[in-house]
Design a binder for this molecule. Structure first.
Ligand SMILES: Nc1ncnc2c1ncn2[C@@H]1O[C@H](COP(=O)(O)OP(=O)(O)OP(=O)(O)O)[C@@H](O)[C@H]1O
Ligand SMILES: [Mg+2]
Length: 280
C-alpha cells in the first residue's frame, strides 16, 4: 500500500444486469484518498456517484476490481467508515438522542457512556437542547445534523457524504458546510463528499475527482490549493470553478448525444429479448 493513501479504489467496474443484459455503470475507476484529506466527487447525474460511495461504504460490491481501506479489501460495512445520506435516513420513532445512540449500539459500551457520547456529538453539531425531540419536529438542516452526529458516533476514520447539503436551502447548507469544515479540521477524519454543486466542491475539497458520463471513468483529478477560508469571489476560486464547470459541461454534452444513440440501441435489445421470451 502507498503509505500515504488510506482508501484505494483499484480498477473498479460495476455492472448491473437487467433482463439478461449487462449495463456497465462504472468502468475501470481508480483513485486514492489520503488520510485526513477532503475529497469531493462530482459527475453527471446518474453516472454512478452514489454507487461508488456505497461501494466504499461496503454496502455494494464492485463487479471487478477492489476497494481497500488501509490496505485491506472492503468486503462489507466497515466499523471505521460511516456514511451520511442525502435523505437523512433517521428513524422517526426514535428521538434525536436515540437516533445518534443507535450508531453506538454495536459497541461494547454502557448505556451511560452511549448517552454521554451521543450528547457530546449533538452539542458538536449544534443540536444541544433537541435531544428529546423527534425527527418530524426538526427542519431539514437539523435532521441532517442528526445524520452527521450519528455517522460520527462510531468514531469512524472516514466519513462518506452523499449530497449531504443538497436537500437544504442555501443559508442552511452554507452554515452546515462551515461546521463540517470545522469538524474535519478538529477531528482529523477523512471526508469524501459527493456533490452536484461545483462551488461546494471548490469551497471544501483538497481534491476534486471529476467523473465522466456512463460508463463512468475518472475524467480528471483537480487539486485545489486555495487557502482557507475560501471565498467564492476570490479570482482563483472563480477560475477553478469555471474550469470544473467546463469539464462537466463537456461530459453532459457527450451524455446527451450518447443517450440519444444508446436509447435506440438499448430499446431494440430489450425488445428483442422480450420477443424471444414470448416465443419460448
Ligand atoms: N440496484 C441497481 N440496479 C440496477 N441499476 C442501478 C441500481 N442502482 C443504481 N443503478 C443505476 O446505476 C446508475 C448510477 O446510479 P447512481 O445512483 O449511482 O448515480 P448518481 O451519479 O448517484 O446519480 P444522481 O446524480 O442522480 O444522484 C443509474 O443509471 C441507475 O439507474
Ligand atoms: Mg446519487
Amino acid at each position: 500500500m502507498d503509505s500515504l493513501s488510506q482508501i484505494e479504489v483499484e480498477d473498479v467496474t460495476k455492472v448491473y444486469r437487467f433482463k439478461g443484459t449487462e449495463f456497465p455503470i462504472i468502468k475501470n475507476v481508480s483513485f486514492k484518498v489520503k488520510k485526513r484529506d477532503f475529497t469531493c466527487i462530482v459527475g453527471p447525474s446518474g453516472c454512478g456517484k452514489s454507487t461508488l460511495l456505497k461501494m466504499m461504504a461496503g454496502l455494494e460490491k464492485p463487479t471487478y476490481g477492489a476497494i481497500r481501506f488501509e490496505g485491506e479489501r472492503i468486503k462489507g460495512p466497515h466499523p471505521k467508515i460511516s456514511m451520511v445520506f442525502q435523505s437523512f435516513a433517521l428513524f422517526p420513532w426514535r428521538t434525536v438522542l436515540q437516533n445518534v445512540e443507535l450508531g453506538l449500539e454495536g459497541k461494547h459500551l454502557s448505556k451511560t457512556d452511549r448517552l454521554r457520547i451521543a450528547r457530546e456529538l449533538l452539542e458538536m453539531v449544534g443540536l444541544k437542547g433537541y435531544e428529546d425531540s423527534y425527527p418530524k419536529a426538526l427542519s431539514g438542516g437539523m435532521k441532517q445534523r442528526v445524520g452527521i452526529a450519528r455517522a460520527l458516533a462510531v468514531d469512524p476514520e472516514v466519513v462518506l457524504m452523499d449530497e449531504a447539503f443538497s436537500a437544504l436551502d442555501e443559508y442552511t447548507s452554507a452554515a452546515l458546510r462551515e461546521d463540517i469544515l470545522d469538524i474535519w479540521r478538529d477531528t482529523g477524519k477523512t471526508f469524501i463528499l459527493v456533490t452536484h454543486n461545483l462551488r461546494e466542491a471548490v469551497e471544501m475539497a483538497e481534491d476534486v475527482i471529476v467523473l465522466s458520463s456512463k460508463p463512468t471513468t475518472v475524467r480528471r483529478i483537480v487539486k485545489i490549493a486555495l487557502k482557507r477560508p475560501r471565498h467564492s469571489d476570490d479570482p482563483d476560486f472563480v477560475r477553478i470553478h469555471k474550469d470544473l464547470y467546463r469539464l462537466l459541461r463537456e461530459e453532459l454534452e457527450t451524455t446527451m448525444v450518447r443517450y440519444r444513440l444508446r436509447r435506440i440501441k438499448e430499446l431494440r435489445e430489450v425488445e428483442d429479448i422480450e420477443k424471444m421470451e414470448d416465443e419460448n
